[in-house]
Design a protein around this ligand. Structure first.
Ligand code: BES
Ligand code: MN
Ligand code: ZN
Length: 497
């Protein structure tokens, strides 16, 4: 991760390059706070270079001022059509090019804000994306690509942006960067590296000596508390399942929030095994868990006036002689019985057990994040997470925060009719209703495990949590979706209650 610092005119040592975003019909450098002489000289050079600002235009020239060696102009097209996706693509290209050119210290001038997020947050969103633009998962590369490591990114202030304001923005961007990277790094680790036990141990280490208390509930504790859904899904693997509990409590908490993240470290589908072609990407099936861990990390640092509990059920879903089978009937933590119709609908079983268990913490609000259904990805693609909620105000709050943070969501219906899909001949319900309505019926399943009186929201992040290949400036693999949304939600709840 490159350092984000504020650009100051005439730095001690000249920077390698100034990357300047330009738009059609906007005078280059408009809206930037540069020293007068510097501004004038650069503007002249850039105009002479013939910059139009068309989308995809890249023009490079020698710098007329001492501050930089070169100036690279990147066109964004029309400023009013500039969106987060385009911003990310632009920033990734900038950092890639800088790396290829072996530039270690660069300046970035970004006088345009993305239009598809709340204007008050647009600068913060842009700077966080800038910090994340060089993210790559190279834990398993024996020779990480050193060419792409820029050390310092000097951000040119905008007109009217004070030094203190920009400093605060940069600090926040670096923090978001750190937390999203944490979630991505967890989400990208393959099944052989990140087993349930390893996940729990690494997280316990992460929170050692922090304000968050970590408890790993193993087989014995799961049995004692009746979390048989988690046990059943984990029973096909030699890797033991567990429930990771991350607890934080302020002295006088204003509200209690429980966050739940699906943590299937690998999902083969179990006995209802998946086709080979789609299987490898199921190493990312713990992206919800990763987002919750990152959010709890922020809680440990900020210590908000809340009670916040993270619950992360961790399992590996494999077929074997000891695996749970279609037709098996499980009694879940809240006493309901579930007929396993399809062992590949495992996420809802472990999340439901954790939701029932959450009653111990008397939550006011409960939010779960899960890569739950392929249908959600089919319906909403990589752009939006599916949102289901039993409370309109909570749903609206999350929709708004989605627009503010860029972790966008789309609300879908939670109707009692969908429970019919899950009717079982032998138990209180089945875990799958088949293909028709499989997205809303997955939420209808979870709803039955919401403890009485709890405001609950479910985020199906199957389409947004990981990408098979780089897309819209996001790298292939885990995206860290949900981290920013959860941070914003916790802040909002702490302020409003
Ligand atoms: N982890 C998968 C869902 C998934 C699919 C996430 C593709 C990301 C990309 C989940 O456990 C699953 O297998 N769901 C099944 C449920 C079905 C059997 C009712 C699905 O969606 O096919
Ligand atoms: Mn599955
Ligand atoms: Zn799964």
């Amino acid at each position: 991760m490159a350092d984000l610092v504020q650009y100051r005119s005439t730095p001690d040592e000249g920077l390698d390059c100034l990357y300047l975003a330009t738009a059609e019909g906007v005078p280059p450098l408009d809206g930037l706070a540069l020293d007068k002489a510097e501004h004038k000289a650069i503007a002249k050079t850039v105009v002479e270079l013939g910059v139009h600002g068309h989308e995809g235009e890249v023009l490079v020239t020698a710098s007329p001022v001492k501050g930089f060696r070169r100036i690279a102009c990147f066109g964004i097209g029309k400023a009013d059509g500039f969106a987060v996706n385009a911003l990310r693509k632009l920033l990734r290209r900038v950092l890639e090019q800088a790396g290829k050119n072996r530039e270690y210290q660069i300046a970035v001038a970004l006088p345009f804000a993305p239009r598809d997020v709340d204007p008050a947050q647009a600068r913060a969103v842009a700077l966080a994306e800038l910090a994340l633009a060089d993210y790559r998962f190279d834990r398993f590369r024996s020779r990480p690509d050193e060419a792409t490591k820029v050390d310092g990114v000097h951000v040119v202030p905008l007109a009217g942006e004070s030094e203190a304001e920009l400093d605060a923005l940069l600090g926040r961007a670096e923090r978001v960067d750190e937390l999203v990277r944490l979630a991505r790094d967890l989400g990208n680790r393959p099944g052989n590296d990140l087993t349930p036990e390893r996940f729990a141990a690494d997280v316990a280490e992460l929170f050692a000596k922090s304000a968050v208390r970590v408890t790993v509930m193993g087989r014995k504790e799961l049995e004692k508390d009746g979390l048989r859904g988690i046990l059943a899904v984990g029973s096909g693997s030699v890797q033991e399942p567990c429930l990771l509990r991350l607890e934080y409590r302020a002295k006088k908490p204003r509200a209690a929030v429980v966050l739940i993240g699906k943590g299937v470290t690998f999902d083969s589908g179990g006995i209802s095994i998946k086709p080979a072609a789609e299987m490898a990407e199921m190493k990312h099936d713990m992206a919800g868990a990763a987002a919750v861990v990152a959010a709890m990390r922020a809680v440990a640092e900020d210590q908000p006036p809340l009670k916040v509990v993270g619950l992360v059920p961790l399992v590996e879903n494999l077929p074997s002689g000891t695996a749970v089978k279609p037709g098996d009937i499980l009694q879940m933590a809240n006493g309901l019985t579930v007929e396993v119709d399809n062992t590949d609908a495992e996420g809802r079983i472990i999340v439901a057990d954790a939701m029932a268990y959450a009653a111990h913490f008397n939550p006011d609000i409960m939010v779960d994040l899960a890569t739950l259904t392929g249908a959600c990805r089919i319906a909403l693609g990589n752009e939006l997470a599916g949102l289901f909620a039993n409370d309109d105000a909570l749903a609206a709050q999350i929709e708004n925060l989605g627009r503010r943070t860029g972790d966008r969501v789309w609300r879908l219906p939670l109707l009692p009719e969908y429970r019919e899909h899950l009717r079982s001949e032998w138990a209180d319900m089945k875990n799958s209703g088949g293909r028709v309505g499989s997205l809303p019926s997955s939420a209808a399943f979870l709803e039955r495990f919401v403890p009485e009186g709890v405001r609950w929201a479910h985020l199906d992040i199957a389409g947004v949590a990981h990408l098979p290949r780089g897309h819209n400036g996001l790298p292939a693999g885990a995206t860290g979706f949900g981290v920013r949304l959860l941070l914003a939600l916790l802040e909002d709840v702490a302020e409003k209650v």
